[in-house]
Design a protein around this ligand. Sequence first.
Ligand code: ZN
Length: 215
Amino acid sequence: MTVSRATTAGSAPGGRAPGGTPRAALADLLAGNRRFVSGQPVHGHDVTAAAASASGDQQPYAVLLGCIDSRVPLEAIFDQTFGSICVIRTGGHVLDRAVLGSIEYVVDVLGVPLIMVLGHERCGAVDATVDALRTGHRPPGALAHLVDRIAPAVAEVGLDEPQVRPLAIRRHVRRTVTALRADPLLAAPLHTGRIAVAGALYDLATGEVSLLDPP
Ligand SMILES: [Zn+2]
């Protein structure tokens, strides 16, 4: 990854000049999702090495933290192209130090104005967490790391809640947003409004992304 802030406005086909507002970035992202849902993506045709080469310096306008689920490819569902968004994916969009450091880099060095946390329905990582808490069997290996970080959201909803799985997904997104907003290095740009953090949910059936707490 480059360590200098991109300065050539407009050179990246899908990117945005540094200094864009969080509101504009969010509008662009959601517009891309509407193109995807309507079956009219503008970038679906240029997923080629030539398009990658033409992107030049990266000028991303958003960083997205999503799940590894193979049904939720973030560039596709937001109709984005090379250089336009930074994507981080972990099981159950778990936020850990490596992820946080990556987001801090994108915000500080690349000047990105928007962080989006995207959960999705029927998330296997949340299911695994609910199952682990119900059975009392902590999963082996590093999977326990994911379960441990999703467990507070499940516990807040409550295992007795009939809709624990879908509700825990939403709670986990909101908890992740809250954790990002509490990060000391993100506090200053958040305070001035230079950046924003948004939580959203992806509907596997329709392809639609909806904001959990619209501004
Ligand atoms: Zn998932």
